[in-house]
Design a protein around this ligand. Structure first.
Ligand code: AMP
Length: 220
């Protein structure tokens, strides 16, 4: 199974893509995670991407495309995968189509998780993470609060908010998302690849909807 997940920041696409990758044994390919790790390790790519990520802007297409191309051209490239957060623009979608074509890999579908803006702002500004790289637990003050306010349940570290989860940055990330996502959604809809799933309800309920939508299209 080869899929792309599209959804506004905070739509739960990361959680859902991870669950689906475990259920169907797929490589979970998250460009946000790859870029944040590059930033943490201060690699040349990480240093280039950092100012964009911190300001809630999209990293330039050529930088993200290069990261994806180098992983997919490597000998241990993903054969079955779920792309999480890539492609994010038409330029990236076209580059990814031609990469898959070059490698002889067909895409099975593009899942679009739909969530309203107000709900997104509420969800993201409530998100807190454990900075301990061995732990990485995540919390949500609305839906999954830590037992001790501001401290990780698992390892006791002081919780942090991602710079790009602060309320003013969230609003900017959403605006940017809207500027580009209509085109992207229309691009995949035009190719008959779009699978729309409402992103509201419990994590398990949404996962169930995704798996049903895939089964209905005979995507295995
Ligand atoms: P995410 O974890 O997917 O929300 O991504 C976090 C940040 O990484 C985004 O706000 C962007 O700055 C950057 N990013 C991740 N994936 C991409 C992409 N495909 N294109 C451009 N920027 C990206």
């Amino acid at each position: 199974m080869r899929l792309i997940f599209i959804g506004p920041p905070g739509s739960g696409k990361g959680t859902q893509a991870k669950l689906l990758s475990q259920h169907s044994n797929l490589v979970h390919f998250a460009t946000g995670d790859i870029l944040r790790e590059a930033m943490r390790l201060e690699t040349p790519e990480g240093k280039l991407a950092a100012p964009y990520i911190i300001n809630g802007q999209l990293v330039p297409d050529n930088l993200v495309n290069d990261i994806v191309v180098s992983r997919f051209r490597a000998p241990n490239r993903p054969a079955n995968f779920v792309m999480d957060g890539y492609p994010r623009t038409i330029g990236q979608a076209i580059a990814f189509d031609s990469l898959l074509h070059e490698l002889g890999l067909a895409l099975d579908g593009v899942i679009f998780l739909k969530v309203a803006d107000q709900e997104i702002i509420k969800r993201l500004s409530s998100r807190w993470n454990c900075p301990n790289t061995q732990c990485k637990a995540s919390y949500n003050t609305e839906t999954k609060p830590p037992r001790n306010p501001r401290h990780c349940d698992d390892c006791g570290s002081v919780l942090q908010q991602r710079d790009d989860d602060r309320e003013e940055t969230v609003a900017r990330r959403l605006r940017i998302f809207h500027e580009v996502y209509d085109d992207l959604v229309n691009y995949y809809r035009g190719k008959g690849q779009l699978i729309e799933v409402p992103g509201l309800g419990s994590v398990e309920g949404i996962q169930d909807k995704i798996q049903r939508a895939l089964a209905a299209r005979n995507i295995k």
